[in-house]
Design a protein around this ligand. Structure first.
Ligand code: ATP
Length: 360
């Protein structure tokens, strides 16, 4: 397994002369540590697959370099990069048994038979494939075939990295839930550098130690799931991660106060010195805004609807032109069309031109 450095890496499918804004991947530089579990997360078209394909060598970058353990591998073909890949759809040999499929990448490397058998047994056990080892792959379900693909991706312990491109797409929802946490456990067990592309936040947050959030060809934040939840560096991250996403509303901010539609919210830091002319917004997750009986000092909101999610209810409310999702505390009965909003100041963030501002 390797440390991976991306150095000023960028790609345009329209050639190097294309306008910088049209690049599928705008220049990025970052380091991914050896043995880390990374998820590339973002909506369709944000550049996740492009970045993964640059790392695998399927796509040659318009600019920049990729280093594995300090060695520039940019000119190398996919075969020479010593990586394993798992794609959306199963890539297996139907005519071989499950065991032969799992053994294939090891045989190709010239490993001795006893070592191959031991490793195949270990991987089959981890993926609950042991009872099927002697079966022909062709007779298995799509789910089982994709598990074999995962096994083939994970079987070699000497790869620089294992790359996953939306590997659970074809998996049945019930099994998907199991496999999500299984992949996390496999990462701990096998100690490989893993990079996992998905547009599904639950998959990313379950799997990764570090989630790399992409938007419009850029990495907008890279952090632990808790960091992305607690301190989104960009309004896009706040909105994209979480369900419902973060409330992001325009506000006037001065010192320790934010003003929305004439009402004042207290902040726990001082925001004097915001860049003049910037678009100022506050961001607060619905989990940190509670509806309350209308009362003095509370922001007054019109309730538009209540979403009952079983264990938690969220009210969709409006304050002037601003819309919020707010938690309805357990046992609280909505008094009418209006409610007060209670904010937890420690979780109200301020953004200038979409970027988080650290208050003083
Ligand atoms: P998805 O989840 O839909 O695969 P993604 O985040 O992986 O999306 P990419 O597939 O990397 O995004 O695409 C990034 C941008 O590059 C998109 O605008 C896409 O249309 C464009 N693109 C991707 N592949 C090609 C290609 N082979 N030729 C031209 N443009 C491409």
């Amino acid at each position: 397994m390797a440390r991976i450095d991306l150095v000023d890496l960028a790609h345009s499918y329209g050639g190097n002369d294309a306008a910088p804004e049209s690049f599928a991947l705008k220049p990025i530089s970052m380091t991914w540590r050896q043995g880390g579990a990374y998820a590339l997360l973002g909506p369709s078209g944000c550049g996740k697959t492009t970045l993964l394909n640059l790392i695998s060598g399927i796509v040659t970058p318009s600019r920049g370099k990729i280093l594995f353990d300090g060695v520039d591998i940019t000119p190398l073909s996919t075969q020479k990069r010593n990586i394993a890949q798992v794609f959306q759809f199963p890539v297996i040999y139907d005519t071989m048994t499950v065991g032969q499929n799992l053994a294939f990448p090891l045989k190709n490397r010239g490993m001795v038979r006893s070592d191959i058998l031991a490793r195949v047994a270990e991987i089959a056990d981890l993926l609950d494939l042991t009872p099927y080892l002697e079966r022909k792959a062709t007779r298995l379900t799509a789910d089982a075939k994709q598990k074999i693909s995962l096994g083939r991706g994970l079987v070699r312990s000497d790869v620089a990295a294992v790359l996953f491109d939306e590997p659970l797409t074809v998996i049945d929802p019930e099994l998907k839930w199991q496999l999500r946490s299984k992949l996390k456990a496999l990462h701990r067990e096998l100690d490989l550098t893993m990079i996992y592309v998905t547009h599904d936040q639950t998959e990313a947050l379950t799997f990764a130690d570090t989630v790399v959030v992409m938007h419009d060809g850029r990495v907008v934040q890279s952090g632990t799931p808790a960091e992305l939840f607690d301190k989104p560096a960009h309004t896009f991250v706040g909105y994209f991660i979480g369900s419902p996403g973060m409330n992001i509303v325009p506000a006037e901010v001065r010192g320790r106060e934010a003003r929305i539609d004439g009402h004042i919210i207290r902040l726990d830091r001082n925001y004097d010195g915001l860049p003049p002319g910037a678009k100022i917004e506050i961001g607060v997750r619905p989990e940190f805004v509670d509806v309350a009986p209308p009362g003095s000092g509370l922001l007054l909101a019109n309730i538009e609807r209540i979403d009952d999610l079983g264990r938690v209810r969220f009210a969709r409310v409006r304050v002037g032109d601003a819309k919020f999702a707010a938690r309805v505390p357990p046992g609280f009965s909505i008094p009418g069309n209006e409610a007060g909003l209670l904010f937890d100041p420690a979780h109200v963030h301020v953004y200038a031109d979409s970027l988080l501002v650290e208050g003083a």
